[in-house]
Ligand binder design. Structure first.
Ligand SMILES: [Zn+2]
Length: 109
């Protein structure tokens, strides 16, 4: 699975709208439109998607806002009783894909 596919799945699970190029205007060259109707500029970095597969912090921040965060915390080995103290397996930070896959696995059950 590519990072894009992984991010796509995570966004779907989390209900986050993902922006995808759906249409290119061949006549005016380089004009692209997003699935939400947005028209891309030449240097468009603002209209982008979260990259959970590359950054564990971004996924954790979103998951922390969920009601089932305590359960997922337990799932990845964090103490459910220490809300501020996060000791996380270093492998999740080094390879955020692991955290994404773990979340999808857990969510799918
Ligand atoms: Zn969009």
């Amino acid at each position: 699975m590519t990072n894009t596919e992984l991010n796509r799945k995570i966004c779907k699970k989390l209900g986050i709208e993902r922006h995808e190029v759906v249409w290119k205007d061949c006549k005016t060259f380089n004009v692209k439109y997003c699935s939400c109707g947005y028209k891309y500029g030449f240097k468009d970095e603002e209209h982008s998607n979260p990259d959970f597969a590359a950054n564990a912090k971004d996924l954790i921040e979103v998951l922390m806002k969920r009601e089932d965060w305590r359960e997922f915390k337990r799932e990845i080995g964090l103490s459910p009783h220490s809300p501020k103290c996060l000791f996380i397996d270093f492998n999740y930070i080094l390879n955020p894909r692991l955290l994404c896959e773990r979340f999808l696995e857990w969510e799918g059950k």
